[in-house]
Design a protein around this ligand. Structure first.
Ligand code: PEP
Length: 288
């Protein structure tokens, strides 16, 4: 990540993730609209202080063999944000957080606001992850309020959508995704402050993945729906990430599918070697 995005570490920059290549020739992984890919690692509720060693290892690998083709983000638990900021200082990696409260402050014991996450060093926050939707009964309306909170705090919102196994079995995938986008994406969302992550629930943590053709269908559909909601010019600049069991072994297959502009990576982001191997797909290197 360069320029403004690198400066976004903790400074609440207005455009944390300029998604377009800005006139450069499209690199590997950039699509015809010149959208620069983003690969974000979602650590979920994993990692104590010693996990920061993985950030050090990732930093070292990237220093030796950079992956300039993609923006790279790590989303550790909130308890590690400040220390992760220190561990990544001087690099182009950015930090993301996982979930936020819709309000900036107040009597909400145990919750964390988007402003607090920005203050701790985050440039983005994941909202609407299926684990939040399931474990905490989060509705589309709440996800949308959280995305608006992210924008208020000058964070990018990474809004997750995706169908369950039963919904896919019923042929309802596109309908579910349409409803989630309509309910969760703020009217004022822009490509510069919002990323969509398509994460089929049945693919998360299971080792299962949709076929590239299925991924292409849903991503193309998402871009079309964003066009309907926000206008096609804006939609053409949006980053749409694929998430769900992305691993070093399948990264090359999934990351170059049309309308896939990067990945949200869970389990495989916890180990620097696996995360780096996924990133390396953009450089055409096999780092497995
Ligand atoms: C996720 O939960 O965001 C995710 C993509 O998990 P995994 O890569 O482990 O399937």
């Amino acid at each position: 990540m360069r320029g403004k995005a690198a400066q976004a570490l903790g400074d609440g920059s207005k455009t944390p993730f300029p998604p377009s290549a800005g006139g450069r020739r499209a690199g590997r992984g950039e699509d015809v609209a010149g959208i620069r890919p983003l690969v974000a690692g979602n650590w979920k509720m994993n990692g104590l202080g010693d996990a920061l060693a993985e950030l050090g290892a990732l930093r070292e690998r990237l220093a030796k063999s950079p992956v300039p083709e993609a923006d790279i983000m790590v989303c550790p638990p909130a308890t590690l944000l400040s220390r992760a900021r220190a561990a990544l200082a001087g690099t182009t990696l950015t930090l993301g957080a996982q979930d936020c409260h819709p309000l900036p402050s107040g009597a909400h014991t145990g919750d964390i606001s988007a402003e607090m996450l920005a203050d701790a060093g985050a440039a983005a926050v994941i909202v609407g992850h299926s684990e939040r939707r399931t474990d905490h009964g989060e509705t589309d309306a709440l996800v949308r309020a959280k995305a608006e909170a992210a924008h208020r705090a000058k964070l990018a919102a990474i809004i997750c959508v995706g169908e369950t196994e039963a919904q896919r079995g019923d042929g309802a995938t596109l309908e579910v995704v349409r409803r989630q986008l309509e309910g969760s994406v703020p009217d004022k969302a822009r490509a510069a402050n919002t990323v969509i992550a398509y994460e089929p629930v049945w693919a998360i943590g299971t080792g299962l993945t949709p076929t590239p053709a299925d991924v292409a269908e849903v991503h193309g559909f998402i871009r079309g729906e964003l066009g309907r909601l926000l206008g096609s010019a804006e939609a053409s600049r949006f980053r749409i990430l694929y998430g769900g069991s992305v691993k070093p072994a399948n990264a090359s297959e999934l990351l170059f599918v049309p309308d896939v502009n990067g990945a949200l990576v869970g389990g495989a982001s916890l180990k620097a070697s696996d995360f780096y191997a996924i990133l390396s797909a953009y450089s055409g290197r096999d780092a497995r």
